[in-house]
Design a protein around this ligand. Structure first.
Ligand SMILES: C[S@@+](CC[C@H](N)C(=O)[O-])C[C@H]1O[C@@H](n2cnc3c(N)ncnc32)[C@H](O)[C@@H]1O
Length: 215
C-alpha cells in the first residue's frame, strides 16, 4: 500500500479533529466550565482584557471569551467545527455581541497580511493539528507591533506531572483531539514572535503568554 503524503495526512487529521469537535460540541460548555474552575481561573479575562482594536480569535469554539473583551474591541472568530460555531453564534446573539464568528481553518487563514491589531487564542493550540502553520498564519495577519495573547494547557516542567501527561496523551489525542505535551514556546519564536511574558500555574500545566510581532 502506498504511504499518504504529509499534505494528505494533515488534511485527514484536520477532518478527524473537526469530527471529534462536532461530536463534543453539545457537552463542551459543561465540561470546560469544570476545568475553568479548577485550572484556568481568570485566564480568559487575562487574554481578552488586553486585546485591542481589530481582534482575531483563533479556534473560538463556543465563543466563551466574548463577555471578556473590551467594548471597543472589534472581534472576528474562526472555528473549524460547525457544531461548536453554531453554539458560539447563539451565545453572541444572546449577549448582543457584534463579533463576526466564521467557519474556517486557522492553519490557512482567509485574511490579508497585517490586517489585525491583536490575535487571541484560548485552549486552541492544544487541538489545532499543525500548530506551526497556525502560528505562522497568526504572525502573517498581525500588523507589525501587534500582540498575540494565549491561554493554554501545556506540558509541565515538573517531571512527575509530565510523566502523567505523557501516559494520558494517546487517549486524550484519540478521543478529544487534545494534546497534553505541547508548548507554544517551541514554535512561536521559530515563526518570528518575540515573547514578552509567560505566566505558569498549576504545576506548570497552565500557561498565559503574551508575544508580539516585531515592528
Ligand atoms: C478545546 S476547544 C477550545 C475552544 C475555545 N477556544 C475555548 O477557549 O473554549 C478547541 C477548539 O479548537 C478548534 N480547532 C481545532 N483545529 C482548528 C483549526 N484548524 N481551525 C479552527 N479551529 C480549530 C476546535 O474545533 C475546537 O473548537
Amino acid at each position: 500500500m502506498q504511504a499518504r503524503s504529509p499534505v494528505a495526512n494533515a488534511a485527514a487529521e484536520t477532518e478527524r479533529v473537526r469530527a471529534v469537535q462536532d461530536k463534543q460540541a453539545q457537552k463542551y460548555d459543561r465540561q470546560i466550565s469544570f476545568f475553568e474552575r479548577i485550572l484556568f481561573g481568570e485566564g480568559r479575562e487575562w487574554v481578552c482584557s488586553q486585546a485591542r482594536g481589530k481582534v482575531l480569535e483563533l479556534a473560538c469554539g463556543t465563543a466563551r471569551n466574548l463577555p471578556f473583551y473590551r467594548d471597543d474591541a472589534e472581534v472576528t472568530g474562526i472555528e473549524l467545527s460547525p457544531q461548536m460555531l453554531a453554539i458560539g453564534q447563539q451565545r453572541a446573539q444572546r449577549l448582543g455581541h457584534s463579533a463576526d464568528l466564521r467557519l474556517g481553518d486557522v492553519q490557512a487563514l482567509d485574511f490579508a497580511d497585517e490586517s489585525f491589531d491583536t490575535v487571541t487564542c484560548t485552549l486552541g493550540f492544544c487541538t489545532i493539528p499543525d500548530t506551526r502553520a497556525a502560528a505562522a498564519e497568526a504572525f502573517r495577519v498581525l500588523r507589525p507591533g501587534g500582540q498575540l495573547l494565549l491561554l493554554e494547557h501545556v506540558r509541565s516542567p515538573t517531571g512527575i506531572v509530565r510523566g502523567g501527561q505523557r501516559l494520558l496523551e494517546p487517549l486524550a489525542v484519540r478521543f478529544e483531539a487534545d494534546h497534553l505535551m505541547r508548548e507554544p514556546l517551541d514554535y512561536l519564536p521559530e515563526v518570528g514572535f518575540e515573547i514578552d511574558e509567560v505566566l505558569r500555574s498549576k504545576w506548570g500545566i497552565v500557561e498565559r503568554l503574551r508575544a508580539h510581532k516585531p515592528g
